[in-house]
Design a protein around this ligand. Structure first.
Ligand SMILES: *[C@@H]1O[C@H](CO)[C@@H](O)[C@H](O)[C@H]1NC(C)=O
Ligand SMILES: *[C@@H]1O[C@H](CO)[C@@H](O)[C@H](O)[C@H]1NC(C)=O
Ligand SMILES: *[C@@H]1O[C@H](CO)[C@@H](O)[C@H](O)[C@H]1NC(C)=O
Ligand SMILES: *[C@@H]1O[C@H](CO)[C@@H](O)[C@H](O)[C@H]1NC(C)=O
Length: 450
């Protein structure tokens, strides 16, 4: 109850930012592009959180860690890599994030999951300078967490980093410099910026290989997509990959958690469908695979990585019908799954940004409370009117108490130009970037995790 009170009290603060009066507790008091007041109300001090956001914090008298300025010498599983950016190291990442009711916790204190997706950071053969820039840009928003791909299945290596290659029906995990050693570097640089990774281990989609590669290589080209969830040969091969990947990082605090797949669904477009896949097919698979990961790694959290579709047969709205094979509420009941995830793409789903989007968030917050597990909106995006739409979604996240969120997707300007942009990328200095920074501070203030 106190928590809800705290966040409601925060909302008027945001509206008052541009007045000339002293800035109230938790209000913004500085940052690039900020034109409001810089004097905090009595009992508060203006603390630099990052170049885009300073905040009035109660009693604080010295700046807390400035995550924008980081460099580090870090040790990874297979060796030592030294990385540096323009500034000095402050980040320490230790311990494992756990859950307590609907919250994440670290050392028994609230831990806010907020941040961005960057599937590309480990796949594009970036050097450590570019990786540092990428993670630095994300960390400067106040992010704590980055979701990324821990897979790339190839039949013909194509220059980018890949983690498993296939020769006929024989897969080989790539442990070399453009394989898991590359991922070691990703983890180590993320940590240097105070960030933890949620790592997704395969893809429903055919981007970067994914499920269809397993199905096609093992069962023959054109075999049903959903055999990925049921065929014993495929399950064994996926488990072998998962085991190799996960085992390497069991004691790694830079990993927040593992995800079984990005957006698993029964349907495939590059492959056929068996016609027999239902919500119980994917639930059964998720229970088996999550238990398997727990048997290897009891340190890290596990989630599915799905879009959070509800199973309400006959509902006129597709994402509530259960026809894609996901039953969000039932999956939250699986004891070896620690938190729930959902995505929000109204444009792709033929829905309105609002009120559909806010309703979607509210419905997942209801499931969160019913299951008493954390639930995060781990991907979301709209391609127009972004700042206004995201502001309404963020305010709904705050008001419903939803555990956290990760925007799709981070953007950076690197040595050879901007990172991939599918219309959703958020580059430093943009309106959405500034909004994300304010949102991260508001969520942390709500959770008392700052
Ligand atoms: C699942 O993955 C396949 C790619 O293999 C993709 O074409 C299909 O559209 C995805 N299913 C859905 C409906 O998201
Ligand atoms: C998996 O697929 C292979 C190839 O089609 C088949 O021989 C095998 O019986 C299947 N296994 C199961 C358990 O369905
Ligand atoms: C989740 O488990 C609870 C307790 O066993 C049960 O009452 C509830 O119906 C389950 N929810 C779903 C959606 O399966
Ligand atoms: C932009 O989004 C806001 C919040 O959903 C909405 O109120 C407004 O009508 C939208 N504007 C346009 C031009 O779509």
């Amino acid at each position: 109850m106190a928590r809800v009170f705290g966040l409601l009290a925060l909302l008027p603060v945001i509206a008052k930012l541009t007045t000339a009066q002293s800035v109230p507790e938790y209000g913004q008091c500085g940052g690039i592009g900020f034109t409001g007041g810089t004097t905090c109300a009595a009992g508060n001090t203006c603390v630099l959180l990052n170049p885009y956001y300073s905040q009035c914090l109660p009693g604080a008298s010295s700046a807390s860690s400035s995550v924008s300025s980081v460099s580090a010498t870090s040790t990874t599983g297979t060796g030592t890599s030294t990385t540096s950016t323009s500034s000095s190291p402050t980040a320490t990442v230790s311990g494992f994030v756990k859950t307590s009711g609907t919250q994440f916790v670290l050392d028994n204190k609230p831990f806010t999951v907020v941040g961005a997706n960057s599937y590309w950071v480990g796949l594009m053969n970036y050097d450590t300078t570019d990786m540092n820039t990428a993670f630095s840009d994300i960390a400067a928003t106040g992010a704590t967490t980055v979701r990324t791909w821990g897979f790339n299945e190839v039949t013909t290596p194509d220059g980018v980093a890949y983690y498993q290659s296939w020769s006929g029906s024989t897969p080989t995990v790539n442990t070399g410099a453009n394989g898991l050693e590359n991922f070691d570097t990703v983890v180590s640089i993320a940590k240097a910026h105070g960030l933890r990774l949620i790592v997704t281990l395969t893809n429903n989609w055919s981007d970067y290989g994914g499920m269809d590669v397993y199905v096609n290589q093992l069962l023959g080209q054109g075999s049903p997509h959903d055999y990925f969830y049921t065929n014993a040969t495929v399950i064994a091969a996926y488990k072998n990959y998962v085991k190799t990947f996960v085992s390497r990082y069991v004691n790694e605090p830079g990993i927040l958690g593992w995800e079984l797949a990005n957006e698993p669904r029964c349907l495939g477009s590059t492959s056929a469908t068996s016609g027999t896949c239902t919500v119980s097919t994917i639930s059964t698979w998720a229970a088996e695979l999550s238990a398997f990961i727990k048997s290897i790694d009891s340190n890290h959290l596990v989630a599915i990585g799905d879009e959070g579709f509800f199973n309400d047969p006959g509902n006129p709205v597709y994402v509530y019908q259960g026809s894609a094979g996901i039953d969000f509420a039932a999956n939250l009941n699986i004891s070896t799954l620690d938190f729930g995830t959902f995505h929000l793409y109204p444009d792709s789903w033929g829905e309105s940004d609002n009120p559909f989007g806010t309703q979607w968030i509210e419905d997942h917050a209801t499931s969160m409370l019913a299951s008493n597990k954390p639930v995060i909106m781990e991907e979301f995006g709209t391609t127009s009117n972004q700042s206004d739409v995201y502001a309404t979604w963020y305010s709904t996240i705050l008001s419903t108490g939803l555990t956290g969120d990760l925007i799709w997707q981070a953007g950076s300007d690197l040595t050879n130009g901007p990172t991939p942009n599918d219309g959703y990328a958020v580059y430093p200095g943009s309106d959405v970037y500034v909004l994300d920074t304010q949102h991260a501070a508001a969520l942390k203030a709500r959770d008392g995790s700052a």
